[in-house]
Structures are given as C-alpha cells and as structure tokens.
Design a protein around this ligand. Structure first.
Ligand code: MG
Ligand code: MG
Length: 624
C-alpha cells in the first residue's frame, strides 16, 4: 500500500512538515495549497526537497468551487485552473483535487456539470494533469461519491477521475459497497480519515474533529476493503483536519499518522480475509481457501491476542513512606526489595504493585509502568515496534527476567510479560533476598488502571493501545468535575481481564489545584470486609458527602442497613441490569490514589455516575 499524508494534518512550516513525513516513512504527500502559498520555498525548491527526501508529491489540493456555474464564472474558473496546472508542472506534480462546488454553484444540472468538467479535463490534459473530482459531504448539489462518479463516467475523459474520501462518505452514512463497482482506472486518489461520532453540522465536524484511523469510530477497514476489491492501487493518504494535531509536535504527529496507516493496512487485510466470498465482484464463497489476490499488496503485522491480564503496576516515587503505608492499610503484603535495584514489591493475591525509587525525578509519586500478560512477549514487542512504538531499555543483570518494554504516548512504560495460567509471575523471585515473609491473606487482582493523558496525546494514546495491545476502545464519556469536563475513554479486552481508562485531564490553572491524578483499582471478593479491615489499619478514605447517600437512596431504594454500611465506610455504589458495583477510594499521594472495587454479577462498568463525586471531593481536598 502506498502511504501518503496531506501537509494540512501537521503543524509547522512546509519544510518542517516534509522532513517529518520523510522521517515517519511516508511514500508521498499531498501539498495543501496554503502551505505552499505561505512558504518561502519556490516550487522548484519544494520539488528538489521532495526528491531528496524520497517523498512523492502525490496530490495538489484543494481546487474549489468549479462546477455548476454561470458561463462568466466558468471562464474565470478555467483561467484559475490553468494557473494551478502551470504551477504543478513546476512542482513536478500531476494530480489535482477538485472538490464539488459549495459556494458558487447556481445550476443544478448534471448535463451542465459534465460539460464544464469536460472543459476542465481537456485543459488539464493539455498540461499533463489529472483531475480527481471529490464529492464534499456538504457540496451544494454534489455530495455523494456515486454522484461524483456518475459525472466522471458522463465526461469519459482520460484526465478526469474521482477521489474517494472516507470522511465525506462515512459522515453521510453512504453505503460503501458500491465502491467496488467503480472502474479502478477512474479512482485517481483515496483519502482516509476517521472521526468520533458527533451530532453537529458536517462541515464543522470535518474541519475540527477528523482523527487518524483507529482514533475514531468509522468503519475504515470495511471502506478500505471495498477500495481494494475495486482494484485500486494508488496512494492511501491521510487528510485529517484536527485542531489538536495542528498545534502538536510535528514529527511526533507524523509518526502517530504513520502508525494509523500501518494499522489500517493490517485491519483492511483482515477485513478482506474475514469477508472473502462476499464480494460484489462475485468471487466464489469458500472463505480463506479461495482467497483472491488483489492488485494492492497489503502488509500485515505480527499477530497478537488481547492481553490476559495485568502482570503488575509500578509507581515511581522518591519518598515512598506514604505509598507503603497506603498499600499496607489496603491489605498488601511487602514481598521485599529487589536484590539489585531500589525497587519494592507489594502484593495481594495476584495484584502486584512495584514501588520504584530509582530515577524518580519527580518528587511526587506517579504511575510509571504497567505490565501486561501476553502469549508471547517477543511477538508482541515485534508488533509494537513495527507500529513505531519507542522501545524502553531496562538495566538487567544476568539471570534476571528481561522485560520487553515500549513507551506509551504519555511516557508510561508498557511491559509485555509472559503470562502464566495461575496468575503468578516468574520475576518475583528476584525480590525478597530469600527471606520468608507473610503473604497477604486476601485475594485480589488489578481490576483497572486509570491514566491521566495530556491533551495533546489523547487520540494518539487511543490508537497506541488499540494497535499495539489490541485493546478495544469503548464509546467515550464526559465526566463533570470542578475543574472542567474530563473526557474519559475506556480501553478494554473483550473478556474484561484488562481495563484501562484514559482520562483527558482539564488543563491546570497556573496557581490552581492539580488536575492530574491517576489511579490503580484492585478487585476483591468482599469489599465491605476489605473496607472494614482497611479502616481498622487506619486507612485514610476519600470522604464521601452525606448528600451522595441521600441521592443514592432516592435512585436505588436500598435496604436501610446496607445504605448505613455504605455511608459508614465511605463506599460508593452503582447498579445496572447486569449487576452491582461497590467501591472506595483512598486519599491521593502525589498524583496517585488507589481504588478498591467489588463487582457483583456481570457488572462491567466503572461506577461512572459516581465519578463526579470523586472528582469534586478530590478537588475539595486539594483546595484545603
Ligand atoms: Mg478530501
Ligand atoms: Mg504515568
């Protein structure tokens, strides 16, 4: 698959953008007109720089408001087009994007449109230029890709084809199957963008909220599957207008973009394999044994299953006393220090927490690393590296377990560990220096981990965990807090064994309380007993207001004795059709706090109705 990206996706100057695209490994780029117009580089400079960087200049865009106009306007539009064709010759470019008319069309007649597009194609032919005509989702008269293609067929000129843009097609819910009926010679270009499902006007949605594939909710593998089945072999190019990406680090966004195409390529191949035999091309059914080959080659990645569970969570701190006290009060047992590093292991059943005192540059404790149980750490690591995840190096001595580590977008270190069926971990023998120590009586597992994400890297994080770890993004929620709305995105495995919650923290005010908090939640069998035991050990619970319990009673009509227990122990409660959820929070240390939960029945949520209470109480306690 030939990869591309429009310069409009990135921040920076044209030169910076081109360098970043080359570093990220793109085959080609789309020159967005404004990037050229505002650049000190001459067209000849750009052409040479692209050649030196090994970047194809695959598409010049956009050319707007051409078709369906009065004769006077047509004359002016052809003159404008010819100037661009001459410019493209200097750039050494041969394909231009022409969008369906939004602003100046006054004639709604396919005959007139075809006649005008024929004149444009003829002029383009004189300059050796190909015109890729695209239906904008908000085009005045042409807003449907099949309509745009009908016009291309009516004109029937070698220099006129169509551009398929996943946003314009999927935002309008157009059926993508008819793409397969398009003559592949007439598909001059394919642009891909993902987007969250939002209810707003489609133009604003497109201009501000497009994201890279895998970061939104569009069915892009299916879209691409139809494109591949049509026989298309040209560039697959990202065209993503996004307010955040346009102000984030250029090289980093280019890598995020490239990762999205590598992932999309794999997902498209998978969609084709899963849907072999269902093609509009009438390929015989019979599944993989009769799998057709298509002209576009799709690369695949090392395959991984979803992780089977958390292997450990690691908190970094240089003053560990408060953390040690909290874990002990929760019922964790101290398993000992590592024999060669300044690292402690605490455990309760299968829940393991490492306190890392080395290189704890931040004075305040924070979640530094997560270990996941995978089938094969080597294969999982190979996959992550092919997806351009940065590798994390850890100092190990001979006979110590070598962890395969990668760095997540927020710099949390992700370790790919060898899972074991009984939930134990081989590396724990490196701790404790052979001393006997009391094990915690209580069973527990890491239920979920909640990571605060910097705003610039939130979408990147969603794609990272989707592509590298095969976690499934759930529809996002917005949780009210005193310092702003917190965007919350659950990433989990199908069986719920791994649940990761990504929270986009509100931007912190210069002198305001900290908004950056994250936590590790442990599931136990009997939360009331665990809370009583923790209270007996002196645990500092997050104090829940009495108003909450009145509201809880109004909503759920709870047994008075049960309600009194919840209130007495500062427990929170939720219930849905699948089951019940009890939980409590500890006070915060640095940017970290802990949660303890009990899931009853098949409850699979996180107590979302209680999250605003938690945010408000934490805010209050930081203000004091
Ligand atoms: Mg487009
Ligand atoms: Mg962290």
């Amino acid at each position: 698959m030939r990869t591309g990206i429009a310069t409009v996706c990135l921040s920076g100057t044209l030169k910076e953008k081109m360098h970043a695209c080359a570093i990220a490994g793109f085959d080609g780029i789309e020159i967005f007109e404004q990037d050229l117009v505002t650049s000190p580089l001459s067209p000849e400079d750009v052409r040479k720089m692209a050649a030196d960087l090994g970047l194809g200049l695959d598409l010049y865009q956009p050319f707007r408001d051409f078709d369906g106009v009065t004769p006077d306007l047509l004359k002016a539009n052809l003159r404008r087009a010819e100037a661009k064709f001459k410019l493209m010759s200097r750039l050494g470019m041969d394909t231009i994007l022409v969008c369906s008319n939004v602003a100046t069309a006054t004639i709604d007649d396919d005959g007139v449109r075809a006649e005008q597009l024929a004149q444009l194609a003829g002029l383009a032919g004189d300059h050796g230029i190909k015109v890729a005509y695209e239906a904008l989702a908000w085009g005045k008269y042409v807003n449907d890709y099949e309509h745009a293609y009908r016009l291309v067929e009516m004109v029937d000129h070698p220099n006129l084809g169509t551009c398929l843009d996943s946003f314009h097609i999927l935002s309008r819910d157009w059926d993508t199957a008819p793409i397969e009926k398009i003559n592949p010679e007439k598909i001059f270009f394919v642009q891909v963008a993902d987007a969250p499902k939002l209810s707003m006007d489609v133009l604003s949605w497109s201009r501000h909220y497009r994201v890279f594939p895998g970061e939104g909710q569009f069915e892009l593998a299916k879209f691409m599957g139809h494109v591949v089945r049509a026989g298309y072999t040209g560039p697959v190019s990202l065209e993503v207008f996004n307010d955040v990406f346009r102000q984030s680090d250029t090289e980093r966004t280019a890598v995020d973009a490239m990762r999205s195409l590598i992932w999309l390529e794999e997902q498209s191949a998978k969609w084709l394999a899963d849907n072999a035999g269902n093609g509009a091309d009438g390929a015989p059914s019979g599944g993989a044994t009769l799998r057709r080959r298509y002209p576009m080659e799709l690369a695949t990645l090392p395959k991984v299953n979803q992780p089977a569970g958390f292997n450990f969570a690691e908190v970094k701190a240089d003053n560990t006393a408060q953390l040690e006290r909290l874990l002990g009060q929760l019922g964790f047992g101290f398993e000992g220090r590592h024999r060669t590093k300044d690292v402690q292991l605490w455990s309760m059943g299968q829940a393991r927490v490492i306190i890392n005192e080395q290189a704890a540059s931040q004075a305040e404790p924070s979640i530094a690393a997560l270990g996941f149980d995978v089938d094969s750490p080597v294969i999982a690591s190979a996959r992550a590296q092919q997806l351009k995840a940065p590798v994390v190096a850890r100092r190990v001595q001979a006979d110590e377990e070598v962890f395969q580590g990668i760095s997540a977008p927020d710099t949390t270190e992700i370790f790919l560990c060898q899972g074991s069926p009984d939930g134990t971990a081989a590396w724990t023998h490196e701790f404790g220096e052979g001393l006997e120590h009391a094990r915690s009586a209580q069973n527990a597992v890491i239920d979920h981990v909640n990571l605060a994400q910097p705003w610039q890297h939130f979408d990147e994080a969603v794609l990272f965990y989707t592509s590298a770890l095969a976690l499934e993004p759930q529809p996002f929620a917005e949780v009210p807090s005193p310092s702003g709305l917190v965007r919350s995105q659950v990433m989990e495995t199908a069986d719920g064994a791994v649940r990761l919650v990504l929270n986009l923290a509100p931007v912190q005010q210069a002198h305001g309380p900290k908004t950056y908090q994250e936590h590790i939640a442990f599931a136990v069998d009997d939360l009331v007993a665990a809370a009583r035991a923790a209270r007996a050990r002196g645990l500092d619970f997050l104090q829940i207001p009495a108003n909450y319990y009145e509201d809880l009673d109004a909503r759920f009509d709870l047994d008075p004795g049960f309600l009194a227990t919840l209130r007495e122990l500062n427990l929170l409660y939720d219930r849905d059709a699948d089951g019940e959820f009890l939980h409590f929070y500890t006070a915060t240390v640095g940017s970290v706090f802990f949660e303890m939960v009990e899931r009853r029945g098949n409850y699979s949520g996180y107590g979302a109705p209680n999250a605003p209470v938690r945010h408000a109480v934490q805010y209050d306690s930081l203000h004091r």
